[in-house]
Design a binder for this molecule. Sequence first.
Ligand code: MSP
Length: 564
Amino acid sequence: MRLNRLRRLSTRVAHVTSPIYYPNAKPHLGHLYSNLLCDVTHKWKTLNKTQSLFTTGTDEHGFKIQNASEKNGYKDPKLFVNTLYKEFVLLNEKGKINYTRFIRTTDEDHIESVKKLWELCWNNGFIYKGEHVGWYSISDETFYPESKVIKDPKSPDKYINTESYNEVSYHSEINYFFKLTAFRERLIEYINNNPAFIYPESKKDQILNELKNSNNIQDLSVSRPATRLHWGITVPNDPDQKIYVWFDALCNYITSIGGIDKLKNDELATDLLHQPANKDCTVHPSKTWWINTTHVIGKDIMKFHAIYWPSFLMAAGLPLNKQIIIHSHWLCNGVKMSKSLGNVVDPIEMIDYYGADTLRWFLLENSQLEEDGNFQEEKLYEAREMFVSKWGNLINRCCGKKFNISRAVSDITSKQNPEKYIKGQFLNDVDIVRQIDSIFEKLNKLPQIMDDKLQKYDTSSLLREIWGILFDANTLMQHSAPWKMTPTQQDCIIFICTETTRILSILCQPIIHSFCNKFLDKLEISKDRRSIDYIKFASDKSYGLNSNLSQKGVPIERVPKRQL
Ligand code: MSP
């Protein structure tokens, strides 16, 4: 109860996490997408003066890495991951993803944290030693219950599981077990009492259904014999066993905000609303970050995050994080991406050709949490075309030699009520007044709409709203033909168009920072007036001094279709 009250109080603090990726191959488009959702959330919160952290990283232990490292001829898996993790760092750099910590599970402070988490669960009696006999999938690194195992239709002497359809084989070994069964009912109760914990709702229902059938929930094997798995964190006080890679990986979310000990012992800060923004995670007790932590993950790993992870936390006597957001996957031309089909999209290749902002916008515009997105290069090309023709071109037209942005800005912003003044110039033209009214209304509502939609990760409908306003401004420019008007009327139309592009460019910085800043540069918006304090209509009282000089170039260049 107390935590919930504090969660409400501390809305000015946020921590968003991406999954941490297996550095067993180069990153693909799906990896960029998870990070992009986190990056936009983090930058949106920061723009809105919420103190925000965004952590991402690489999941470097376990069989997957051990095997890939061997296959690639490495004797030491650490040397293998040391090479590959850099690909993820590079992708973030190229994709303009700004995290506050890149965590590697081989980092010393993380290893420490995992051991502490283990000890807490052990000391509280939720880990025990036993024999594990069952169906194990090497690629998923998990055991599956008998009820989820079938013969492989393609090869009858093999077995697969019905969740990931990866191969499973029958195994027996000594393991440590986690008493997952002890948390089934507590978890159902928690999710029912905190309906926003798992989002979207359809995924919450799926998890609840999974939990309600007690056959699905069995105690979980959380260690592997060191003889089989060398590459992992050693179980405290038992050198013969290595910690299960998911127990290790999930703990990254706590390491990245200070570690288990801090989370366990820190007091909550209650005076957050009064503190200035600061990215340093030591500024707040880690519990304050933790109860405001959102995990963004793909649908294939929701069981680990929505069933195992909260159970580990409850077993350790730690509070649960705030929320889990589950997104769908990216297909390529309607087909699942896979190495064997040769259709895996390389995000870096796309960024190098079309630019990071084009790819970022395309991914957000063409995805919905609950439906798989479809990558088509043609659409990426079209996305860039739209920027050039609708957003860039509107600015270009305002910057034409016939107009005078700077005069329009200083005249209109000096009026007591600029909106009323502008409408007063078109009393004989109801059509123009109607169009102007609609733009004012949409611009005024946009910040709240953005906040609501980003809260729900509903990016495609958000970007539709933004295009809607740009289309309206383009139509106004085209239909009203300001070049034929008196200077006063002309200034009004130009001002509405520059204000539309100015406000949208400030608000969209978290999404397409470089494009927005090129637009703002072209309008000569001072660098210190690109913040949330300047998103109201007519709030920036001086800009555009040299914007109408003809020698200035277009803000964004066209990119030709790529010959494939
Ligand atoms: N290491 C684990 C996560 C541990 S988090 C404590 C893992 N790594 S992964 O590299 O295999 O996948 C990471 C994320 O990428 C997952 O959220 C997964 O859903 C996402 N994606 C994998 N393929 C994807 C697409 N085709 N499209 C979108 N996301 C995809 O699982």
